[in-house]
Design a protein around this ligand. Structure first.
Ligand code: SR1
Ligand code: MG
Length: 421
């Protein structure tokens, strides 16, 4: 995957040491930036747990068991991919990217991100607000919970962050400096391989899938599947070459923390200057994956239909809110040099969003990293049915994304894909 060795990585971070549940407490107590949070606490007053369930990093919660409110989250990058192990080295620079992106989000839309207390470039970690009353949106959706504000919040977040980091808002020199600052080659390479390459090729070691869907995977990867492969070609090229805005780069429902009334975006370590539709596509793909999975998570028809309708409604809200806020930003800030393309750009965004959503669905069924929505369906036959439906929807989106005629048809087009399965 990469020729950068762990030794080379630690060359740039000579004082890096991976923390554990003991050393993380000592670490916290030694940080002056955290003094106001932990007061005169000593190591005996504090406890720590490792709560990371992602694919890459260590995540600790450090808290004072007898003093509710005194707690933080510490996210530390490891010099390798946690999901795979030390055989897959990975840049520690992702901690810088994440802290810098969170800081950018903080200045654009502070209500939608956790508070960042500290970024330690030597230890490659960030210390953040503990969102202890929140769950990941993925976990909540899998459990059948509805989040009435999440759609609106996600639409606003994407419109604000994508518009305000783009050439439509920034001065050309400022924007180009940010492209440099957010250059993130190793994490982009993961996406290029895991999303836009490996799922479409046979005999790739990283790929794995439910054996009951062998036939569907053979069809996906076959030479005859040219329309899909060519769609992926253009989407991959867009991902690699279109520096439209600072994108989160991994905005699936596991990167969204929710309560019934609030939404926070976390984990922007894949952030870089890329195509805006990639973030939008990630959100829609994960709502659709959950839709497919709910067929088997909710056995009774009526509650299932209600929940699936809620998912489509959330998707609609994300898109409508995004468009509304985007248009408001456009009307307020756009210069005369950009006036001519406003409508065409929204169509371009809607099209690419559909295409990227398709790719993001397929990778979660066939590629290296799967999602709990599907993986928690206990019966392999039922899981296979949900996965086949996801593959059908994903491929349809890739074949058809360029055929969308107007951005106002986006939500209807997305909603109709679920009739395919
Ligand atoms: C090897 S990393 C696998 C996946 O985990 C992250 O969350 C990204 O989605 C990445 O593609
Ligand atoms: Mg992540």
């Amino acid at each position: 995957m990469t020729d950068i060795t762990s030794a080379k990585l630690t060359e740039y971070h000579p004082n890096f040491r991976a923390l554990n549940t003991t050393t993380v407490i000592e670490y916290v107590l030694n940080q002056t930036a955290l003094t106001s949070l932990f007061g005169s606490s000593t190591a005996e007053d504090l406890a720590a747990e490792e709560i990371g369930d992602g694919n890459l990093n260590l995540v600790f919660r450090v808290f004072a068991p007898n003093q509710p409110g005194r707690s933080v989250i510490i996210k530390q990058a490891l010099p390798y991919v946690r999901l795979v192990g030390e055989s897959w080295p990975l840049t520690l620079d992702r901690a810088r990217i994440e802290a810098t992106a969170l800081t950018a989000y903080q200045s654009i839309i502070p209500a939608r991100v956790p508070h960042l207390y500290l970024y330690d470039s030597e230890m490659c970690l960030t210390v953040m607000e503990d969102l202890k009353d929140y769950v990941t949106m993925r976990k909540g959706l899998v459990a059948g919970q509805m989040y009435p504000k999440a759609g609106q919040h996600l639409g606003e977040f994407m419109a604000e962050t994508l518009f305000r980091t783009s050439d439509f808002f920034l001065k050309p020199e400022e924007k180009k400096a940010k492209v440099v600052q957010f250059t993130n080659p190793e994490l982009c390479r993961i996406t290029e391989d895991l999303i836009f390459d490996e799922p479409y090729r046979p005999n790739v070691e990283n790929n794995h899938w439910n054996p009951l869907i062998d036939q569907a995977v053979t069809q996906l990867q076959s030479e005859e599947n040219q329309e899909v492969k060519q769609g992926v070609f253009w989407l991959r090229l867009s991902f690699m070459t279109h520096s439209e805005a600072l994108i989160h780069g991994d905005l699936h429902t596991g990167s969204v923390m929710v309560t019934s009334s609030d939404t926070r975006i976390i984990d922007p370590e894949f952030a870089f200057y890329g195509p805006m539709g990639f973030d939008l596509g990630a959100v829609f793909a994960n709502l659709l994956l959950n839709y497919c999975a709910q067929e088997y998570h909710i056995p009774e028809l009526k509650p299932r239909q209600e929940f699936q309708a809620y998912l489509l409604d959330t998707a609609r809200t994300v898109w409508q809110t995004f468009l509304g806020r985007w248009q408001a930003l456009w009307s307020e800030h756009i210069g005369p040099e950009w006036q001519a393309g406003g409508e065409a750009f929204k169509l371009h965004l809607a099209q690419e969003t559909l295409g990227f959503a398709g790719c993001k669905m397929i990778r979660r069924v066939v590629g290296l990293a799967h999602v709990a929505d599907l993986e928690t369906i206990a019966d392999p036959q039922q899981r296979a049915a949900a996965e086949i439906r996801a593959l059908k929807i994903g491929q349809w989106l890739i074949r058809n994304y360029g055929k969308l005629k107007h951005y106002n048809e986006f939500s209807e087009t997305l909603a109709q894909t679920v009739l395919l399965g």
